[in-house]
Design a protein around this ligand. Structure first.
Ligand SMILES: [Zn+2]
Length: 627
């Protein structure tokens, strides 16, 4: 096979060589590997993967040298476009006589407008702002006509401490706009780049507001006289609407960056002008009843925030950094509520076994395991909701109670008040329950309580922090619980991970690559027969291609063979093999692969989130076992 060596020069690579971080030979080798990759990857990532440079060294080099780079090179350097796309675009640009490179790349479909603008902004060292009507300082816009804004394609955003007005524009080369801005504000404006569709939509909302029609933004502008308070409300409301679990407001050297964590992944929302920082932080601290005079210590707080009559619990963390106070707000959204058993994402066959052989069994211990954020609490509550009947008493001890279910007796531990986990455990069995829920198996005492309760005829549910089902079983052995007690009480262990779901709004056919096959240890010739799905990225999914999540499950239901293996203290590898051979155990990775083949998620998600399992079955068998 001829090697395609489309190796380009790398300014960042050369800078690293010049600074003595990289040798010439290492750079050449990394560039050669980069050119051979199926999916484009940033040179920096290749260098980190190979162990030639640290992430920090690479990002320092981009910050130091990236500003002076040409746009095309910067995009190639980051792996955002391929060198071939750049060559094509440059060719078109030569023939077209001065069309903008960015526009050509967008037309070619090589890059989307937002990614391009974010890069143009960082190259020009100005903020990237996605404006929305609710974020804008009302005073700046009140006297301006929407037609004027639309004709010149800009929106004013905020006024800085030096009196300069920050204006969001879709490009930097419009002479007429510069004159119009000067006529309007009689002062120099600071530019920020933003997507044209967001700018025009903001102007439309402003027009509607003017015309006195109804719409959400009207309320927010009227209610908030202080523009920073209004901006904070907008950031919070938008985060809740977009199902964010965390809001990050981070001061950087020249701007403030706002990101949301959605479906477990950080999504870049917008930048804000740097000098809004102190006012923004003060406002949020006031909401959380923190000390606003204190700027040298880390702080925490809590905000009960009401949007549209719905209360959301927000947890604030303020971390003092070199560029100012960095804010992270965790959104505890109780509105998400209960998911029904059918909605969990178990395959019909697995769900049937889970109902019949786990939930409907009257006694024994059921453990749900996985790391933090793997969705095990959701599975636990769905299971309890299923078991919640008029003739069944369910009692819980949790830290804290996360969902309230009518009919359950739920208790949150309160160490300071003396209502500890241990004291609750002692009392719980005297409440004559049928089902006992222990929030988490955290030590030997909890494990023993669970097993004792099961021995006396109760059903016990709990969660556990272990990698997979077999790990959960063996952790109990490690906790010095006698193996005959484990084998006679534990009936099932569920392990799970959350995988991002392909966005319905921008879904497109896709195919597996040889790289997917080799990373998964599957046969490419078999894999290529399946049509897969991938999201192209759209407004609905924040241009990530994913919306919502689906769980990959591993459901172990103990049979005599597995119990025997525990009694004989077999190794985890042996217990897994026996479970796979005799109980039909499907690993989370196999379940994830089946979900990719059914178009729900992608191999990237499976590789990122599920542990590698030895002895994986062939594709057809996985599919027939996960019906
Ligand atoms: Zn989408």
């Amino acid at each position: 096979m001829p090697v395609k060596e489309a190796i380009r020069k790398s300014l960042i690579g050369e800078a690293l060589v010049k600074e003595g971080i990289l040798t010439e030979a290492q750079l050449t080798r990394a560039l050669r590997i980069q050119a051979l990759l199926e999916q484009p990857k940033m040179l920096g990532e290749v260098l980190v993967d190979l162990g030639f440079a640290t992430k920090k060294a690479v990002s320092d080099a981009i910050i130091k040298h990236g500003g002076g780079m040409r746009l095309g090179d910067l995009l190639v350097e980051q792996g955002l476009i391929s060198p071939e796309s750049l060559d094509t675009a440059l060719g078109i640009q030569r023939d077209s006589g001065g069309k903008r490179l960015g526009d050509i790349l967008i037309n070619l479909g090589a890059i989307n407008e937002r990614t391009l603008l974010q890069n143009l902004a960082s190259q020009a060292r100005i903020p990237y702002i996605e404006p929305e009507f609710g974020m804008i300082e009302p005073r700046l816009i009140s006297g301006v006509s929407p037609d004027f804004l639309e004709r010149n394609e800009f929106v004013p955003f905020s006024r800085g401490e030096d009196g300069r007005i920050v204006v969001v524009v879709p490009d930097l080369e419009n002479e007429a706009r510069v004159h119009a801005l000067h006529d309007l504000y009689r002062a120099e404006c600071q530019m920020a780049l933003g997507p044209r569709d967001s700018i025009l939509a903001t102007i439309q909302d402003f027009r509607r507001f003017r015309q006195g029609r109804q719409g959400k933004p009207v309320d927010s502008v009227e209610a908030a006289t202080d523009s920073v308070a209004q901006l904070v409300d907008h950031i919070l409301a938008r985060a809740i609407e977009e199902r964010a679990s965390d809001i990050h407001i981070e001061p950087m050297s020249e701007k403030i960056r706002v990101r949301y964590r959605i479906d477990g992944v950080l999504v870049y929302k917008t930048d804000l002008p740097k000098d809004l920082g102190p006012r923004l932080v003060s406002r949020i601290k006031i909401m959380a009843e923190c000390n606003i005079a204190e700027r040298q210590q880390h702080q925490g707080g809590r905000i009960l925030h009401t949007v549209d009559g719905h209360e959301t619990d927000l947890r604030l963390s303020v971390y003092v950094t070199v560029y100012g106070e960095c804010i992270v707000i965790r959104v505890l959204n109780k509105k998400m509520g209960l998911v029904s058993l059918d909605g969990l994402g178990m395959t019909p066959g697995m769900l049937e076994r889970y109902r019949n052989d786990v939930l409907d069994v009257p006694t024994g211990v059921v453990l749900i395991t996985g790391p933090t954020g793997s969705g095990k609490t959701t599975t636990l509550y769905s299971s309890l909701d299923y078991c919640n009947k008029i003739d069944i008493k369910i009692i819980t001890v949790e830290d804290p109670v996360e969902y309230l279910i009518e009919g359950l007796v739920q208790c949150t531990v309160h160490e300071k008040a003396g209502r500890t986990f241990d004291s609750s455990l002692r009392e719980i069995v005297r409440q004559d329950p049928d089902i006992i829920v222990l929030g988490e198996i955290r030590d030997q005492l909890t494990a023993r309580t669970a097993i004792q309760a099961a021995l006396t005829g109760h059903k016990v549910y709990s969660t556990f922090h272990t990698e997979d089902t077999i790990g959960g079983l063996l952790r109990l052995v490690d906790m010095d619980i006698e193996t005959f007690l484990i084998s006679s009480t534990v009936i099932s262990i569920v392990a799970q991970r959350l995988l991002r779901r392909v966005c319905d709004h921008c879904v497109a056919p896709s195919a597996a690559t040889p790289r997917d096959a080799s990373r998964l240890g599957l046969d490419f010739n078999q894999l290529r027969e399946y049509e897969l799905k991938r999201g192209r990225g759209c407004n609905h999914c924040n241009h990530t291609g994913y919306y919502g999540r689906v769980a990959a499950y591993e459901l172990l239901i103990l049979n005599e063979d597995v119990k025997d293996a525990i009694l004989r203290k077999k190794t985890s590898h042996e217990v897994r093999k026996i479970s796979m051979d005799t109980t039909g155990l499907i690993s989370m990775r196999e379940d994830g692969i089946a979900k990719v083949l059914r178009g729900l998620t992608t191999f990237d998600e499976v590789l990122k989130s599920t542990p590698r399992t030895p002895g994986m079955r062939p594709l057809r068998q996985i599919l027939s076992m996960t019906k």
